[in-house]
Write a protein that binds this ligand. Sequence first.
Ligand code: MF3
Ligand code: CO
Length: 255
Amino acid sequence: MIELKTIGEIDAMAAAGRVVSAVHHAVRSQAAVGTSLLELDHLARTVIGDAGASSSFLGYHPSFGATPYPGVICTSVNGVMLHGLPTSYRLRDGDLLSVDCGAHVDGWHADAAVSFVVGHPHPQDLDLIDATERMLAAGIDAAQPGARMGDIGHAMSRVGRAGGYGIQTDFGGHGIGRAMHEEPFVPNEGRPGRGLRLVPGLVIAIEPSLMAGGQDEYRFDDDGWSIRSADDSRGAHVEHTVAITEEGPRILTAS
Ligand code: MF3
Ligand code: CO
């Protein structure tokens, strides 16, 4: 069942979104060569706790994860594009890091992800991140009242395919609200004019991820969580929580 949200409920979700944005700001400023992923997770815990919020991820156990989730952020490095676990791995110069975070405030969740390079970037990694960000922007732009779900996926996949990148099509976005993962599924690829009609009050997380090698195939690491491109080419992932309103899409996790 899809639960539409009132304007007041969307405002409440934006409060959770501000916490997520604060985590991203803090983690990004501390992610340097030599910083461990666990240190970033601890920092995120502090930001979430200081805000009086709780983590949407910690202990979460979806069917696609091997264990209850052990952290408050996903830290996906290089060939891993989604759900990388915060481990003792220390970041190296040129690593491409994707950070995903969810926060829960007054019963409402928000979920967002960013990708960036630590230290000196390879130009092709900046291109990959730029394409993923343009893909998200195109998806958000398509999230207009009266449009359809397929319009979002179509707008996004056009950007990714134009760059010659592989697209993560099995894992995409989702409805979000009182639960982090609600209906409907928000595919990263779609056909224009098809699928669910987008109406004011629908709140979705839009989360494209791209793979530099140009193939859509991926596999799980032995940790049962990390999703890696099959050719181990670099991946990037970005996400915003977005409400469809009468006035158009409203980003709830903007900084
Ligand atoms: N944004 C990610 C998603 O919706 C968050 C995953 S949370 C985790 O897939 F706990 F499952 F990792
Ligand atoms: Co999400």
